[in-house]
Design a protein around this ligand. Structure first.
Ligand code: SOE
Length: 372
């Protein structure tokens, strides 16, 4: 069985997923065969060049011509373009893989999750950091109770690509397109990762209450082409305090102006019997402190038997950021081929979005708010 895949979007995420699809036959031969069938975009000339580079058979400039003509639809467009094509695909019975955050507004995220709940096919949300071997290894330790009762959870995603006030404006700076800035772009990843690691009811449970603040430090930026300056209508950075169902407390922060941090997605978890620490900038490593340890040990999660490692290279031959996309694509497409469920799905995407919406409400009101 070969799955014809249609992909909307051909820039950063288009390249990351096309690369992942190209790796599957060699490294995940048990995943279904995939044909990079059609690439969707508005600019016909740029699209033709991208289709050639990314290995697609054909192109289309209207997603409406594609969503019921392929076996799987990938929505890698800007956040405000996530709802309509994804819902149309699901309503036509086509499985959907949509980039994060699920949508640019909570209402659209709810509509997408509703469409997914009524569809009989998988609807995945591409939170790729669940597919880091070290994160899977961490979840195994947590689920085995090695950390004991979870007390403190700390998540942050720090980048510095907007430190320069003259860094050009993009759709990621526009509330009408992105919905929010660091909060949705980066915070959605961290909320999903915390839910994945400690969100089970017998761990910390869901995030119940938040107290947060958003900040825009640079309120206009130069357009990428020309002399025009455009308003920045989203946050450059945010911070939040968290309270979990089991009483655990935590912090959540994200920034695009954290000088010196290039792509530092980090979590740290403290329980009654131990702690774990991870940073994407050292993504093959996990800091572990258990039972009798006097301090953190650094575990290089590349050994035989470690998650995903048997698909790649011998122990110690480290992986990179792009491999997380190969892992999530292999698992999503296998779920599609087998008619099985997949996580993270649109319900997970909505759950993350609800936490982010609560952070925004808390910022507006200047008080703690309940996630609902
Ligand atoms: C933001 O710079 C960004 O590209 C996010 O949009 C991605 O989701 C993250 O994986 C890397 O950083």
């Amino acid at each position: 069985m070969t799955l014809d895949v249609g992909v909307l979007g051909y820039r950063f995420m288009g390249k990351a997923h096309a690369n992942a699809l190209a790796r599957l036959p060699m490294f995940f031969p048990e995943a279904p065969a995939v044909n990079r069938d059609v690439l969707v975009g508005r600019d016909a000339e740029a699209l033709a060049d991208a289709a050639d580079r990314l290995g697609f058979d054909r192109t289309a400039t209207d997603w409406r011509d594609v969503v019921d003509d392929v076996d799987v639809f990938y929505n890698l467009g800007p956040n405000n373009l996530h709802p309509e094509p994804s819902i149309a695909a699901l309503e036509s019975g086509t499985p959907v893989f949509c980039e994060k955050p699920l949508a640019h507004t909570i209402d659209d995220a709810e509509a997408m999750a509703e469409a997914a709940s009524e569809a009989a096919v998988p609807a995945g949300c591409a939170f790729n950091y669940r597919f880091v071997p070290a994160i899977r290894y961490a979840k195994g330790l947590i689920d085995d109770g090695e950390l004991g009762e979870i007390r403190e959870v700390r998540g942050r995603y720090l980048q510095d690509w907007l430190v320069d006030p003259e860094a050009p404006w993009s759709w990621r700076n526009d509330e009408d397109v992105a919905g929010s800035g660091a909060l949705g772009d980066l915070g959605s990843h961290t909320v999903d990762l915390l839910r994945f690691l400690v969100g089970d009811p017998d761990r910390a449970g869901e995030i119940e209450r938040v107290s947060g603040q958003l900040r825009t430090f640079v309120d206009e930026r130069p357009a990428a082409d020309g002399d025009e300056r455009r308003p920045v209508t989203v946050d450059d950075a945010f911070t939040a305090q968290l309270e979990f169902e089991n009483g655990a407390i935590g912090t959540l922060e994200g920034s695009r102006v954290a000088t010196g941090h290039k792509n530092d997605h980090a979590v740290e978890i403290h329980g009654t019997a131990g702690s774990l620490g991870f940073s994407l900038e050292r993504l093959n490593e996990l800091g572990v402190l258990l039972a009798d340890d006097r301090g953190y040990r650094t575990v290089l999660v590349t050994d035989d038997g470690d998650p995903y490692v048997d698909h790649w290279w011998p122990p110690g031959h480290v992986l990179g950021w792009e491999h997380t996309f190969v892992h999530e694509n292999a698992e999503f497409l296998t779920a599609v081929a087998n008619g099985a469920s997949f996580a993270p799905n649109f319900a997970d995407g909505l759950a993350a979005q609800r936490v982010l919406a609560a952070v925004e409400r808390s910022d507006d009101r200047g008080e703690w708010v309940t996630v609902d």
